[in-house]
Design a protein around this ligand. Structure first.
Ligand code: GLY
Length: 361
């Protein structure tokens, strides 16, 4: 088993990564959050498979669990779902020491985490991510929250988990398209901070796509180490944590501009990273080889690097202006300086952003 420790001034937790780990969820949860009760929130697509395994493990460790499901769509990551979960926990008299455990992808983790952050002013939270994207990004670092009609993730909190349990076998039932989406965040980690990881993904791409068990553990461990290091440096996104948003301002505009129906998050991030890198190269910030290497690796993973069906630049630019990362009315972009190094840039002219959008078409 691989483990990564995340140490903050007032909190520390371990991220465990191994195949078959759900069988040990109960015993690990008991150590991290000792109580007789627990709430298990399960993505309703995996209730009968991983949900049953998690439930059996909790019961074997003498938990009396409240199991509930949620539909993992952006439309369900909202206050109505949170309110219905509050009612269930209150009706069952769940107490302050009983953990909330989220089993699923980022949507279940974000929603379950928001419930954990706010129920009785906060209860222990355990992340059991079952998508590659949630394993390498969303489940680590404590960002939890929900969507509003006005936009994604506008209501939320920082609520660090007490434990993260990554069972890599759960990826066996993940649709291939979703698995590939997780690779966008892995490539991102390499580009913003770790050229060796970038090269490693390139060299091991066949084993990664074949979902070789040992390769997956190494891929996830390497990425979790980067995510954990960033969070340890800057838990509340006052500085370096914003680097994780590389490609995301473009990506959010693509997702919102296509009504969240055409591109999965990782696909939009892939396109967003290409646009951001081309913008950086066009303005002389980085060498064009950074763009070439990024595009080549994204193509190898199967992620899109070109999109002929994007909304107009006017629409995309107006969504970018309403992004929560806008500061003092200026779009904040994360742009590469070189492979493994990025900077936050606040003064990019609108015509340069429009030109970057055009390179994707
Ligand atoms: N997913 C970006 C962050 O956790 O900061």
């Amino acid at each position: 088993m691989a483990t990564v420790d995340l140490v903050l001034p007032h909190h520390r937790y371990t991220i465990h990564i191994a195949p078959g780990l759900l069988a040990d969820l109960g015993s690990m949860a008991r150590k991290a959050a000792p109580h007789d009760r627990a709430t298990l929130i399960i993505d309703d697509k995996i209730t009968d498979t991983h949900g049953q395994a998690a439930l059996a493990s909790l019961k074997a460790a003498s938990f009396d669990p409240l199991a509930t499901t949620m539909t993992a769509s952006e439309g369900h990551k909202n206050l109505a779902t949170v309110q219905s979960l509050y009612h269930k926990l209150l009706d069952e008299h769940l107490e302050r020491r009983s953990p909330v455990i989220a089993l699923g992808g980022g949507i279940v983790g974000d929603t379950g985490g928001f419930v954990a952050a706010s129920y009785l002013r906060g209860v222990p939270f355990i992340q059991c991510p079952t998508t590659l994207l949630a394993m390498v990004d969303a489940s680590v670092g404590g960002k939890v929250g929900i969507n509003m009609p006005q936009g994604k993730n506008l209501i939320g909190a920082f609520h660090q988990p007490v434990l993260v349990v990554i069972d890599t076998d759960t990826l066996n039932t993940l649709p291939k398209r979703d698995f590939i989406c997780g690779l966008a965040e892995c490539v991102k980690h390499g580009l913003i901070r770790d050229p060796e990881l970038f090269d490693w993904i390139d060299q091991n791409i066949n084993a990664i796509l074949a979902q070789d068990s040992a390769t997956l553990v190494e891929l996830i461990e390497r990425n979790v180490r980067i995510k954990a290091a960033v969070v340890m440096e800057d838990e509340k996104e006052a500085g370096v944590r914003a680097h994780l948003n590389f490609g995301h301002t473009f990506a959010h505009a693509i997702e919102a501009g296509t009504e969240y129906g055409r591109y999965l998050h990782g696909e939009a991030v892939s396109l967003g990273m290409v646009a951001a890198a081309r913008l950086a190269a066009a303005s002389g910030r980085c060498d064009s080889t950074v763009v070439d290497r990024l595009v080549a690796l994204l193509k190898k993973t199967g992620l899109p690097t070109q999109a002929n069906d994007l909304p107009t630049n006017d629409k995309l630019m107006s969504i970018m202006q309403s992004d929560k990362k806008v500061a003092d009315g200026q779009v904040r972009l994360v742009l590469p300086d070189q492979l493994g190094k990025v900077s936050i840039v606040n003064d990019t002219p609108a015509h340069a952003i429009a030109a970057a959008w055009n390179t994707l078409r």
